[in-house]
Design a protein around this ligand. Structure first.
Ligand code: C2E
Ligand code: MG
Ligand code: MG
Length: 711
């Protein structure tokens, strides 16, 4: 008998293609369903319907196609309603199976239940379709055949569902797994369906076949073509949706990553840190291990940014970020909190000693020399440490560590502090202070007080030190110790410093107008010294009020004055050119280099009050003061002692050869007009006279850039 090749091929290829499409579309829609369940999207029902329709229709169509390819000598007729019911049964059972395979929590149970229901969908739809094709007596498969086929299809469906649920990280492997799952299920449906048809007692079908209803021959085209189109369309939709979703997931991932990264340093940002802190806090709570947080705040970053430019500032922040990342040990987490603030989370640490050691190394790491535009940048940080759970809830760690950083800054910076509860109160107060300080200059709440300096041998007033005060509207008079560090920390010192220079010069001018020729000393902050044009500003103020530069002294604390670098040297040279005097304040607290001290164009050393205080009882203090006086004399510097409170201190200081004295014993700092009245009426806090030379006129030299006036 000649074989009809094309029709054989079609008989083989078509059901294979149909089975593959049916399996593939079902599993694709199932994958989309699983995704929409995970992301709680509303399109889950659409994907469930797609999967169920694909499976039910595919199985149904496979059955009809199978029957059509059988060598039947008669035309099978279907009862339309029953045939529709077979399709519906397939779709419904497939829906239940697909849903169970993704919604049941235990994977093995989900796949088992899914595979069982899908097998039932296949067998049930086939059986009902067969029933639709035959009238009397009812046709049925031999039970053994049915059980074998159902068993095999069930196992294959289980494997296909498991494989289709696998989501390996590599995209290639994922595609391969999905394809393998589709092929497996397709093979199961194709071979299972074919085996069921082969097991049919065809002679019974012929004998009992009804001649009424829908003829198989006319149904064929609809079943084959319709199902194929349905499957292809669903496949296209499912694939497009998958591509869309993948790019959406990618975009969402990118946005999320970016939103958690600091754009400048590429370190995790504040938000990322908060997420990590939450996780690590919970973990630490569970296992009882500690969690430490270091809040790292750069000292004096703002002046660097201002004087070196923002690009250099950015570069510095970046370098510090890199140094911290390199210093972080495995498991630790570094983030940038804001401007010049960084955070380091250390899980599993609770003891203070290792943390202290770590903070010390960190400070050293940060403070390694950094060069910008050929100049060495001073980098230094203050570190605050908070420990969970000892210092309170994990959510409060940042504010606690921040408060500890403030304490470290208040201690002079370049150091670390562990959190203590009282610091919280301090830092809140500081914030309020800062808020008020911002408008204090405009609202004219700042005032200069003046404390007389006494010529030690004669006991006469020779000049005064200007000391800033803040008349706070509700808190009253605030001393500089409470707000100057805040002003320095938050970049207000430049404006305040300028105000002091201006007021001091104006005061000298006003006193002179009144007949009092008073020398005044002002205090300069380290942050002011970083302004390149500070000397020019001072010169301009002197000129503005026509004040002789020799009447102004700039007090600079020892540690700052001794910063032996090019910029401070240039500043001192410029000050010298302007003609003002330089005094080294709080002398004895820093580490002066004798050779550098010799080079400094200073006129005065002010012995720190701490030595004066101990003078009566401590031989060491006396030795220090003695040495400073001798040093001053050797270098041709005037020596001033500050903080003199008792007659005994005064006598010792006189005996040791101090040139000038300053302290509450003689007079407390006072308002300018009080000092003036005292000078003019000789009615002061103590029986002290003003030097006669203080009365009379002074004149500004014609040329400020000219030679330094004689002193
Ligand atoms: P300083 O320059 O060493 O000033 C001396 C401080 O000792 C002043 O405190 C003064 O009131 C105080 N004092 C004077 N005699 C005695 C005494 O007999 N006993 C005691 N216990 N204290 C005495 P004040 O006015 O609170 O200033 C503290 C510091 O604030 C100053 O130390 C100075 O470093 C800084 N400061 C004051 N005014 C300014 C300013 O205008 N600008 C800047 N940048 N800093 C300022
Ligand atoms: Mg001073
Ligand atoms: Mg001092």
């Amino acid at each position: 008998m000649p074989t009809d090749q094309p029709s054989d091929l079609l008989a083989w290829l078509f059901p294979a293609l149909l089975a593959f499409l049916c399996a593939h579309v079902t599993l694709e829609c199932r994958a989309r369903l699983a995704e929409s369940l995970r992301s709680a999207d509303a399109d889950r029902w659409q994907w469930l319907a797609g999967a169920a329709l694909a499976f039910g229709s595919g199985v149904w169509s496979l059955h009809i196609n199978g029957l059509m390819t059988l060598p039947l000598a008669f035309n099978v007729h279907y009862q339309t309603l029953l045939l529709l019911a077979a399709w519906l049964l397939g779709v419904a059972l497939a829906a239940a199976g697909i849903w169970a395979s993704v919604a049941v929590r235990v994977p093995a149970l989900a796949w088992g239940l899914g595979a069982l229901l899908l097998t039932l969908a296949l067998v049930g739809a086939e059986s009902l379709a067969l029933r639709a094709a035959a009238s009397e007596p009812a046709l049925a498969w031999p039970l053994a055949d049915l059980a074998t086929v159902a068993g095999a299809v069930g196992v294959i469906a289980l494997l296909a569902l498991a494989l289709g649920s696998w989501r390996p990280a590599q995209p290639g492997l994922h595609t391969a797994a999905r394809l393998a799952a589709s092929l497996l299920l397709a093979a199961g449906l194709w071979r299972g369906g074919a085996q069921l048809l082969n097991a049919l007692p065809l002679e019974l079908l012929a004998a009992s076949g009804s001649q009424q209803g829908l003829a198989l021959s006319s149904l064929g085209l609809l079943a084959r073509l319709g199902t194929l189109i349905l499957l292809l369309m669903t496949l296209v939709v499912a694939r497009r949706e998958a591509i869309l979703r993948a790019s959406l997931v990618q975009a969402r991932g990118d946005v999320e990553r970016e939103s958690l990264t600091d754009p400048l340093t590429r370190l995790p940002n504040r938000q990322a840190f908060e997420l990590r802190l939450k996780d690590l806090g919970l973990a630490s709570e569970r296992d009882g291990s500690g969690l430490a947080l270091m809040f790292i705040d750069l000292d004096g970053f703002k002046p660097i940014n201002e004087s070196f430019g923002h690009q250099s500032g950015d570069w510095l922040l970046n370098t510090v970020g890199q140094r911290l990342s390199t210093a972080a040990q495995p498991g630790e987490f570094v983030a940038r909190w804001g401007a010049d603030q960084f955070l380091l989370l250390l899980p599993g640490v609770r003891a203070r000693e290792p943390l202290a050691a770590r903070a010390r190394t960190l400070l050293k790491t940060i403070a390694q020399p950094m060069e910008v535009l050929g100049r060495e940048l001073p980098v230094q940080a203050s570190v605050g440490v908070a420990i969970f759970p000892d210092d309170g809830a994990a959510a409060l760690m940042v504010s606690h560590a921040d408060a500890a950083t403030h304490a470290a800054k208040a201690a002079g910076g370049g150091t670390f502090c562990f959190f203590e509860p009282h610091m919280l109160h301090d830092s809140r107060e500081q914030m309020e202070l800062l808020r008020d300080l911002r408008r204090a200059i405009e609202d004219q709440e700042l005032e200069l007080y003046f404390q007389p300096k006494i010529h030690a041998p004669s006991g006469q007033i020779t000049g005064a030190e200007a000391l800033i005060r803040w008349n706070h509207p509700s808190k009253g008079l605030i001393s500089p110790g409470a707000f100057i560090p805040v002003a320095e920390r938050f970049g207000l010192i430049g404006a305040i410093g300028d105000w002091v220079i201006d007021r001091a010069c104006r005061q000298v001018h006003e006193w002179r107008e009144g007949g009092l020729r008073m020398r005044v000393a002002i205090n300069l902050s380290v942050h002011q010294l970083r302004q390149d044009d500070l000397a020019e500003r001072i010169g301009a103020a002197l000129q503005r009020y026509e004040v002789n530069p020799t009447l102004l002294t700039c007090e600079i604390t020892e540690s700052v004055a001794m910063e032996n670098n090019a910029s401070s040297k240039a500043f001192f040279d410029k000050l010298e050119q302007v003609g003002v005097h330089i005094s080294i304040d709080d002398f004895g607290t820093g580490y002066s280099s004798l050779s550098y001290l010799r080079q400094l164009p200073a006129e005065e050393l002010k012995i720190d009050a701490a030595f004066v205080k101990d003078l009566e009882f401590s031989n060491d203090a006396r030795t220090v003061v003695d040495a400073v006086v001798k040093l001053g004399q050797a270098l041709g510097l005037k020596v001033v002692a500050e903080g003199v409170e008792t007659d005994i201190q005064r006598d010792i200081l006189r005996q040791l050869g101090c040139n000038e004295l300053q302290g509450f014993l003689f007079a407390k700092p006072m308002a300018a007009n009080r000092l003036f009245l005292w000078a003019m009426s000789d009615d002061g806090p103590a029986h002290i006279d003003f030097r006669q030379s203080l009365f009379g006129d002074t004149q500004i030299p014609d040329d400020l850039d000219g030679p330094v006036p004689a002193r």
